[in-house]
Design a binder for this molecule. Structure first.
Ligand SMILES: C[S@@+](CC[C@H](N)C(=O)[O-])C[C@H]1O[C@@H](n2cnc3c(N)ncnc32)[C@H](O)[C@@H]1O
Length: 405
């Protein structure tokens, strides 16, 4: 029979008082906060180890699953201060303020409760996830979590009740009440999230993000929590008196920030997926945006033409490419022009070429709409590495009417 055992916190604490070789980012202490935040937001920070200060320098550990060269490149394109990648000995962090250590402890307790040698099998613990996401009280594990051959075999031998105990311990160790596992986002146009709920009755989540209230069913729609820097950036652009079109609104990931933080006069939120519309409608009501926001349900190819000539700004937040609506975005801008924010996945060696081509394409579309505009690229924002060579970027384009003398 399954035995519920107390967490072996004391036993495990011993295991965490030692040190280990760690990959680190070395930076000046004055830049430490920025590097720490960067590593944390990208899920790279190794919270099982203690950062180390030596004189003016700070060593911040990152997880072994990521390549130091890639981290170096990302940091160098995000900041202009000096950093170095190195490998040094670091002490383990205290178990009490180390969620990964608490996860290890919880899982070890569960394994040990079967009175088998499983608890000693390092393979189970080695496979534990290093990053996860909080959506309200739901902890979302990556798609690889507990999916290794060893874990699969073990899970298949256990009863549903036993597994519920495991998921419960894990959720609690990571500071949540429900537990889910991410599946790949579908490649169709709904970008459906296939999150699997491991613990809990339903997937509806509600949470506050930089003063903005979000609500949606996490098992049905995606939320790219990783794009935090872009969310902050877009929300800090002053859009007072502007009419904005958000062509891929989702549950309002950028829309709500543009409405509430950028203070856009009016936002047209265009979205095709009924599950996202449910979240968007909830957020419109909850954030008091009934007058400031109009939701357009349907395919952009049909909704955007109805907004031609109305916008000061168009936001095109679809990956890998939003090219399908560039022409409509030009059409949506007022005759005097405005801004377009284009999200795109671009190969790191093709950034210049892509920008030139995009500019040419937009000029061509402007001609088709009989717009006599000066179109310029004002900024290219690096958001994150999508895969080892592919960067998620946002291109800020300005279109200005050329006034005749
Ligand atoms: C990647 S999500 C972006 C949501 C949000 N911008 C984010 O980053 O979380 C893309 C959204 O665009 C919607 N979408 C995709 N194709 C569309 C189309 N042709 N017309 C309207 N919406 C579409 C999807 O349903 C999805 O909610």
């Amino acid at each position: 029979m399954f035995k519920v055992v107390a967490l072996l916190a004391d036993t495990m604490a011993d295991a965490f008082t030692q040190s280990a070789k760690a990959n680190i980012v070395l930076c000046y202490r004055e830049n430490g906060e920025k590097v720490h935040q960067f590593l944390k937001e990208h899920g790279f920070l190794d919270s099982t180890l203690k950062p180390k200060t030596t004189g003016d320098m700070l060593a911040l550990p990152f997880i072994e699953q990521v390549d130091g060269k890639e981290i170096e490149r990302m940091l160098c394109s995000a900041f202009d201060f000096e950093i170095r990648i190195d490998c040094i000995e670091l002490e383990y962090a205290e178990i009490s303020n180390n969620p990964h250590a608490q996860l290890r402890s919880a899982v070890t307790s569960w394994l040990t409760s079967f009175n088998s040698s499983e608890g000693e099998n390092g393979n189970f613990l080695k496979e534990l996830p290093r990053k996860w996401q909080h959506l309200g009280d739901v902890v979302v594990l990556p798609e690889t979590a507990f999916m290794s051959k060893e874990w699969n075999e073990l899970i298949n031998q256990r009863t549903i009740e036993e597994l519920q105990h495991l998921w419960h311990h894990i959720a609690r160790a990571l500071g949540g009440k429900r537990l889910a596992r991410q599946h790949p986002v579908t490649k169709d146009k709904h970008r459906t999230s296939q999150t699997e709920l491991l613990l809990g009755q339903n997937g509806w989540v509600e949470f506050l993000d930089h003063g903005v209230q979000f609500g949606f069913d996490a098992t049905k729609v995606m939320f790219s929590a990783g794009n935090v820097t872009e969310r902050r950036r877009i929300g800090s652009i002053d859009m007072e008196n502007e009419v904005v079109v958000d062509a891929y609104a989702g549950v309002g990931y950028y829309t709500l920030h543009m409405a509430l933080r950028s203070r856009a006069k009016h936002i047209h939120a265009c979205e095709i997926n009924p599950d996202s519309i449910t979240g968007l409608t909830w957020a419109q009501e909850t954030n008091g945006l009934n007058k400031q926001m109009t939701i357009h349900q349907g395919d952009n190819q049909e909704t955007l033409p109805k907004l031609y000539g109305q916008a000061d700004r168009c936001h095109l937040g679809l990956l890998p490419s939003s090219e399908a609506v560039w022409n409509h975005a030009i059409g949506c801008l007022k005759p005097e022009g405005g801004w377009i924010h284009i999200h795109m996945n671009v190969h790191k060696n093709e950034l210049d070429k892509w920008q030139d081509q995009t500019l040419e394409t937009l000029k061509e579309y402007a001609g088709q709409h009989q717009r006599n505009w000066k179109i310029s690229i004002e900024h290219l924002e690096f958001v994150k590495w999508f895969s080892p060579h592919i960067q998620h970027v946002v291109l800020d384009v300005q279109c200005r009417e050329i006034l005749q003398e």
